[in-house]
Write a protein that binds this ligand. Structure first.
Ligand SMILES: [Zn+2]
Length: 292
């Protein structure tokens, strides 16, 4: 399976009507039980509003209500196309880029990008990583701000990453590199029984519950990147490299306040790196934020 290309996209979604019908079908569909009269119903498209009507009692269903598309005057097809761009990009989509591609104002583009990132995070979820016999690599990196002058670390944001070897990742923005910031994230996101690989950062030493995790370290200070027994943090480090290059290249800089959303966008794509062709359909079919 290959990823949808732009021609296939416009064949599937030639206009706003096709997009609305898609939303109705994935969220409700013909035969959907009417919430008002509680009968299985045929649903008729209303001509004067973006809604469908129950054949029995005339109750209306608005497919966009509750989704990221609600309360937007931007045509639905542009929304879908924006999501398409997020799934085909390797380095993320900036507000400026969306503005250019969609012909909307910067304010609109920025809001769309924000909501699409939140949607990606909601669809991805944060199911715990690892388990008995699984290796989870854990590391931190600094994102944003210049790496020069005194106290440069204080002007950067710490991103913590956890990657199950050959599996999913979870990225979190954390306040600092102390054990009080890092260890609770591991306990929350890594299943007991996992083998946790980190560098020798002292925050982890003696702070990880030994009853729950086996802890192995590589000594980066001594130029060690993998030990003979296979301990390494190479996967999380290469993901961090990609993240930092992409943020610097696509967005120039991201304020700490918004960084969480950006890293979740990269986490979403990383977790689908083996099956990128599923992203578009998934993002246009699943709306977990509606159940929240
Ligand atoms: Zn009804």
């Amino acid at each position: 399976m290959k990823q949808t290309n732009v021609r296939q996209f416009f064949t599937q979604f030639p206009n706003d009507e096709a997009c609305l019908e898609h939303l109705f079908n994935v969220r409700f569909g013909q035969g959907h039980e009417c919430p008002k009269c509680e009968r299985e119903a045929k649903w008729y498209r209303l001509t004067n509003e973006q809604a469908y009507s129950c054949q029995w009692c005339g109750h209306h269903i608005h497919p966009m209500v509750g989704s990221i598309f609600e309360k937007s005057r931007t045509p639905l097809q542009l929304w879908f196309y924006a999501i398409f761009l997020f799934t085909t990009s390797k380095h993320g989509v900036s507000g400026k880029e969306l503005q250019r591609q969609l012909g909307v104002t910067y304010k609109t583009a920025w809001r769309m990008a924000k909501l699409i990132r939140e949607h990606m995070a909601a669809v991805d979820g944060d199911a715990p990583l690892g388990g008995a016999g699984e290796v989870v690599e854990v590391d931190e990196t600094f994102v944003g701000g210049k790496t020069t002058g005194m106290d440069w670390r204080k002007r950067k944001t710490v991103v913590m990453g956890m990657v199950e070897r050959g599996g999913d990742a979870i990225l979190q923005v954390v306040p600092d590199q102390t054990r009080w910031s890092l260890v609770p994230e591991i306990i929350e996101h890594v299943k007991p029984g996992s083998e946790v690989h980190t560098d020798e950062l002292r925050a982890y030493q003696k702070a990880l519950p030994v009853t729950d995790y086996t802890h192995e370290t590589v000594n980066h200070g001594k130029g060690e990147y993998a030990t003979p027994d296979g301990t390494s943090t190479n996967q999380i480090e290469s993901f961090f490299n990609h993240l930092k290059k992409s943020i610097a290249g696509t967005h120039t800089s991201v304020s700490p306040k918004y960084l969480e959303r950006y890293v979740k966008e990269f986490e979403y794509r990383f977790n689908r790196r083996m099956r990128p062709e599923t992203m578009l359909d998934e993002l246009l079919s699943r709306f977990p934020e509606l159940d929240a």
